[in-house]
Write a protein that binds this ligand. Structure first.
Ligand code: G6P
Length: 474
C-alpha cells in the first residue's frame, strides 16, 4: 500500500493511547487525557508537526467512540473485536510477554503452552496486523514510525512488509529477558517475536543491560550476528541498529504540579494521618507482580522486629494502585498486599500508631504529596524496565530523600551510585538498607538526593523522544 502525500510524517503506535473514553448514563461520551513519557515526549514536536498516534480501543467507551467516529486530532484508535483484544492484551502481552521479560513464571506450574495459548497467540498476531494496517494507511512516504513496547513486537516486521519505504523504530519500555529464560517460549513464538522487532531500522531500550539481553537472544535463538560493539544485529542480510535512551523524569511538569494547592492539602492530611514527626518510608506503584510490594512489607516488618527503636517513630506509606484486574494473578496479588499490610498493623500497631498506611485508590496529587514528604523511598522491584518513581521522588522531595533501590530496576544504571541498592529477593538485606537509609545524616541525605535528582532528569521526555526521531534521520 502506498502512503498518500497527505499522510503523517511522524507516527507513534502504542497499545494504550493518550486519551480514553467513557459513556455516561445519558449516553454522552466523556474523554480523559492520560500522561506518561510518550505523551510528554510527543509535546516536543508540537501540534503543527501533524503527528499521528495509533492506539487500541481498550474499553467499551473507547469502542463506542470509534463506532461514533469520535476522535481527537492526531489520534487514531483501532477497535479490534473485544475477544481478540482481550486475548492479545491479557493473555499474551500481559500474561506471557510481561511474565517472560520480568522473570515472573512460577515454573513448574507455569507457563502452559497448550491449544488455548495457540488461539491467544493467533489473536496477538491479528492485533499486531491491525496496527500494521492502520500505520501503513496513515503514513506519508518515508515517514518515521515509533512503535512502543511488547504489545506490538510484531509490528515492525509486519509494517516493513507493507511499507518498505518507512523508517521504523521500536522501543521497549520493559526489561528484555536473558536468552535462557526467553527460551521458555515455544521456538516459533520466540523467533517470531525477535524477528518482529528486528523488522525495525532501530530497536531501542531503556538501559544497556536490556539492549544486550535482546542482542543475546537474537544470537542464541536466531543465530543472528551481533556486531563487536553490541550496537547492531544482522539477521538474514538486514541490519537493525540498537539504541539506549534512559527516559528521565519530567522535572518541569512535576515541580510545578507538586506545588499546587491540592498537593499541599494532601500533604497536611497525610502528615496528620501518619502522626507528627514520624519518619515516612514511601512507596508508590501499580499493584504489579514485578514491583515486589509484599517483600517490601516483609522487609519493613523485619525492620520493626530487628530495630524496635523504630516502633512508633516510623510509618510505611504504601500507595498500591490496582492494575490489570482482568487477570486472576493480579487480583490475588492485590489481595495479598492488603492481607500482609493488615498483618503488620495487627502485629505492631498501637492506639496512636498505624505502622502501614496502605492506599489503593489512585490519586496522583496524593502520590506527589507522599513524594514531597518521604524520608525514604522504597523501590524494590524484582525487575523493572526503568522505574520512574525512583526518579520522580528526588525531583520533588522537600527535605531530600534516601532511596532504597533494587539493583534489578533499569534506574539502577543511572541512580545506583547514590542509592542504597538491594537484591530485591533478599528481605534481610532490604531491612538493613531501610535502617541505613533512615539513619543517614541529614546533610548526606540532602547531597545524595540532589545528585539523584540531577541524574534522574538528565534525559527529559522531550529529549528522549527527539533523540529517537533523530536516530532515524528525521
Ligand atoms: C508498563 C508498560 C506500558 C503500560 C504500563 C501500564 O509501563 O511498559 O506499556 O502501558 O505498564 O500498564 P497497562 O497494562 O495498564 O497499560
Amino acid at each position: 500500500m502506498e502512503g498518500s502525500s497527505q499522510g503523517a510524517r511522524i507516527l507513534v503506535a502504542s497499545n494504550r493511547g493518550p486519551v480514553s473514553y467513557t459513556v455516561a448514563e445519558d449516553g454522552t461520551l466523556g474523554s480523559r487525557r492520560g500522561g506518561g513519557g510518550v505523551v510528554s515526549g510527543l509535546s516536543a514536536i508540537g501540534p503543527d508537526a501533524g503527528a499521528v498516534w495509533v492506539c487500541a480501543a481498550l474499553s467499551d467507551g473507547d469502542r463506542e467512540a470509534v463506532r461514533r467516529g469520535v476522535a481527537e486530532p492526531g489520534v487514531r484508535m483501532i477497535a479490534v473485536p473485544p475477544e481478540v483484544f482481550h486475548a492479545a492484551y491479557n493473555d499474551i502481552a500481559n500474561s506471557v510477554l510481561w511474565f517472560v521479560h520480568h522473570l515472573l513464571y512460577q515454573t513448574p506450574f507455569e507457563p502452559v503452552f497448550d491449544e488455548e495459548f495457540r488461539d491467544h497467540w493467533a489473536a496477538y498476531e491479528a492485533y499486531n496486523e491491525a496496527f500494521a494496517d492502520a500505520l501503513a494507511q496513515e503514513a506519508a512516504e518515508g515517514a518515521a514510525v515509533l512503535v512502543q513496547d511488547y504489545h506490538l513486537a510484531l509490528v515492525p516486521a509486519l509494517l516493513r512488509e507493507r511499507r518498505p519505504d518507512l523508517r521504523i523504530g521500536h522501543f521497549s519500555h520493559t526489561p528484555w529477558a536473558p536468552p535462557d529464560y526467553f527460551r521458555l517460549l515455544p521456538d516459533d513464538v520466540a523467533a517470531r517475536l525477535l524477528e518482529g522487532v528486528l523488522g525495525a531500522d532501530r530497536a531501542a531500550f531503556l538501559t544497556h543491560r536490556w539492549a544486550a539481553a535482546f542482542a543475546a537472544c537474537c544470537a542464541d535463538v536466531l543465530g543472528a550476528e551481533v556486531s563487536a560493539d553490541g550496537g547492531s544485529v544482522t539477521h538474514r542480510g538486514r541490519t537493525t541498529r540498537l539504541g539506549v535512551h534512559g527516559l528521565g523524569a519530567d522535572a518541569e511538569f512535576l515541580r510545578e504540579r507538586a506545588q499546587r494547592p491540592d498537593v499541599v492539602e494532601r500533604m497536611a492530611a497525610l502528615r496528620a494521618e501518619a502522626g507528627p514527626g514520624r519518619r515516612l518510608i514511601v512507596r508508590v506503584d501499580r499493584t504489579e507482580l514485578s514491583k515486589n510490594i509484599v517483600r517490601g512489607l516483609y522487609a519493613y516488618r523485619r525492620l520493626l522486629t530487628e530495630h524496635p527503636g523504630w516502633r512508633e517513630r516510623v510509618v510505611h506509606v504504601a500507595f498500591a494502585y490496582p492494575s490489570r484486574q482482568d487477570l486472576a494473578s493480579y487480583r490475588e496479588y492485590t489481595a495479598e498486599v492488603s492481607r500482609v499490610a493488615a498483618e503488620v498493623n495487627d502485629e505492631f500497631g498501637t492506639a496512636g500508631w498505624t505502622p502501614v498506611i496502605l492506599k489503593v485508590d489512585d490519586d496522583f496529587a496524593r502520590s506527589l504529596a507522599a513524594y514531597r514528604l518521604a524520608d525514604v523511598a522504597l523501590v524494590n522491584p524484582i525487575r523493572d524496565g526503568m522505574n520512574l518513581v525512583a526518579k520522580e521522588v528526588p525531583v520533588v522531595s522537600d527535605q531530600g530523600v534516601a532511596l532504597v533501590l533494587s539493583r534489578e530496576a533499569g534506574a539502577f544504571e543511572e541512580l545506583g551510585a547514590d542509592a542504597f541498592t538491594v537484591n530485591p529477593y533478599d528481605i534481610r538485606a532490604t531491612a538493613v538498607a531501610l535502617n541505613e537509609a533512615l539513619t543517614l545524616p541529614e546533610a548526606d541525605r540532602a547531597d545524595r538526593s540532589k545528585r539523584l535528582a540531577a541524574a534522574a532528569t538528565a534525559l527529559p521526555p522531550t529529549r528522549w523522544f527527539l533523540d529517537q526521531l533523530h536516530a532515524l534521520d528525521v
